[in-house]
Design a protein around this ligand. Sequence first.
Ligand code: CTP
Ligand code: MG
Length: 171
Amino acid sequence: PLDTTIPDNALVCLIGAAGAGKSTWASTWPGTQVLELDRFRALVSDDAGKQEATDDAVFALQAVLEARLARGLMTVVDATNSETAVRAGLIATARRHGVPTVALVVPTPASVCVERQDGRPDNRSVPAPIVRAQHAAVVDAWPGLPGEGFDHVVVAENIHRLEPLLQRLSD
Ligand code: CTP
Ligand code: MG
């Protein structure tokens, strides 16, 4: 059966390659509820694409995540989350705060993710081989997500959060 459950006050971990549409899905939540790794890179380095700033950005994101989960607030982590160790860290953080976890998978085809890099500014355009590796990692991880400890594994296409947004865009 399809799981489309996103409980209140959960930790939602978006999972998808660069260009999959994670930030588009994230935009269906109020802005303060979304912790976007690119935004934290920009906050610590003035450059959302500066990969060298990733460790500092993750540190800062983690601090905000802890503060929000301690308050029991709905939180969406907008990053590729394609690495097992990264997801394990997010699940452990949520568990410490007694918060339910959702893996929200955005399984856009690799070719589309790669195409979408074209129009992006240089500092935000992810090279095709990296996008393909992220996509392959997500496909590999997908069946194991419940076993990793996510309370719900939801495929983005199966929920209807985007429809009002897309409707507004096409008006
Ligand atoms: N997009 C689209 N239709 C969707 C979702 C996204 O056309 N259903 C488009 C967006 O308008 C955007 C591009 O696809 O131009 C990438 O979407 P984005 O949400 O930015 O992807 P992310 O997964 O957030 O990419 P990144 O990891 O690089 O931040
Ligand atoms: Mg994004």
